[in-house]
Design a protein around this ligand. Structure first.
Ligand SMILES: [Zn+2]
Length: 405
């Protein structure tokens, strides 16, 4: 692959510093060279090395591609009627998942891949260069397996969420045995994490622990949906088991904050979901002030958060959750890479470091501050993934140099 020099960078966000999200991670007057899918050089624009090609981005900001660590892209059907009812005053509950399960079971594997790829491309063109997605709308062995295979064709990291909810008509104990037994064994080759919806209406803390320990025994990393609708105990369980992340985290007391702050478990916040369900936004400021690590993700799914826009989530985190711009951008890039916790792979995503993946985006703005200063404006002007510039007309999604299975 030919090398490419990128110049005209008004502001370069590297996230190459000390993982604190400090302004030191932003520099001016820099240029970078991409070679063989990786960042080959970063330095002063006045002393650039030779390269085969040169791209001048014309005084725009460059930052790592978004790392979206929480999506549910493998599904069929539509829940706009449920959304409308919620906006008319009905409360969100975990039970709406059953609607998507029924449609997903009817869909072929190719239909699931096509729908997920449509959303994956939508995300990529908005700057998301690394993306996790989950199973969890099959909830029977055949459909969970189809979902896992479909997910592996679309996403960088796949999570097994057979424990999304007990499907209608199933015996609770039998279903848990299936999730931790034959279903887990079937999806194993396609997934690297196990997840559980630890919430009233879904799974109890004890049931969630059983699911997670089964996944750990099968060699999977751990993640938890927790404390979305109440203090479900999901946060405490995630910390107890050393999960890579606990996601949602809307309802936290001081003991939850202390537990997260003294652990390696990342709190992944999903502001678009909070807005779409009209639940209180997660306490991002309190988490950071307590010393916890946070990530921001879309939770793209057809029920509670039907957006692929990380920029929208970043703007919300700044404007409504009281994060600084550098903090929010860090949580959506480097912080998110830490939340996905793929051993050996995290150095290569969410940051622009020599030797790391050349996954980055160019904003139609001179600074990342415009992401919140100009909310709702589609600012991502260009995206490179794995060193290849993504074009809207391309059919295929370029592969990253790391994290791909
Ligand atoms: Zn979710």
């Amino acid at each position: 692959m030919a090398s490419e020099l990128i110049t005209g960078i008004a502001e370069l966000t590297t996230q190459a510093g000390d993982d604190s999200g400090s302004p030191a991670n932003r520099v001016t007057g820099a240029a970078l060279v991409v070679d063989d899918g990786r960042i080959a050089w970063i330095g002063d624009a006045s002393a650039v090395p030779d390269a085969d090609a040169r791209t001048d981005v014309g005084g725009r900001a460059v930052l790592p591609g978004w790392v979206d660590t929480h999506t549910h892209l493998v599904f069929a059907g539509d829940r706009s009627a449920e959304f409308g009812a919620r906006m008319a005053g009905e409360r969100y509950s975990a039970g709406g998942i059953a609607t998507t399960v029924a449609a997903t079971r009817e869909a072929s594997e190719q239909q699931l891949v096509d729908n997920a790829l449509r959303l994956r491309r939508e995300a990529l063109l908005q700057g998301t260069t690394f993306l996790e997605t989950k199973t969890g709308y099959g909830l029977d062995l055949d459909t969970e397996l189809r979902s896992a295979r479909a997910a592996a064709r679309v996403a960088d990291v796949v999570t097994y969420l057979g424990a999304h909810t007990v499907p209608p008509g199933a015996d609770r104990r039998n279903y848990l045995d299936l999730v931790t037994g034959a279903m887990l064994e079937a999806v194993g080759p396609y997934v690297s994490f196990i997840d559980v919806f630890c919430e009233e209406g879904a799974f109890t803390v004890d049931e969630s622990r059983e699911v997670l320990l089964a996944g750990r025994s099968a060699g999977l990393g751990l993640r938890v949906h927790g404390n979305q609708l109440g203090r479900s105990g999901g946060v405490a369980l995630a910390v107890e088991l050393g999960a890579a992340s606990v996601d949602h985290c809307n309802h936290l007391d001081d003991s939850d904050l202390d537990a997260l702050a003294s652990s390696g478990t990342v709190a992944t916040l999903l502001p678009a979901c909070d807005l779409s369900t009209r639940e209180p936004l997660a306490p991002a400021r309190r988490l950071l002030d307590a010393g916890a690590s946070i990530a921001i993700a879309t939770n793209c799914n057809p029920g509670s958060s039907y957006t692929t826009s990380m920029s929208y989530c970043v703007a919300t985190a700044v404007l409504q959750m009281r994060l600084g711009i550098a903090e929010a951008v860090w949580a959506a890039t480097r912080g998110a890479a830490l939340a996905i916790g793929v051993d050996g792979g995290t150095d290569a995503v969410g940051a622009l470091r020599i030797g790391g993946a050349a996954d980055f985006q160019v904003l139609n703005a001179p600074s990342v501050s415009h992401l919140a200063y100009r909310p709702g404006v589609p600012l991502t002007a260009a995206v490179w993934k794995g060193g290849t510039r993504v074009r809207a007309s391309d059919g295929a999604i370029p592969r990253s140099v790391s994290g791909e299975s």
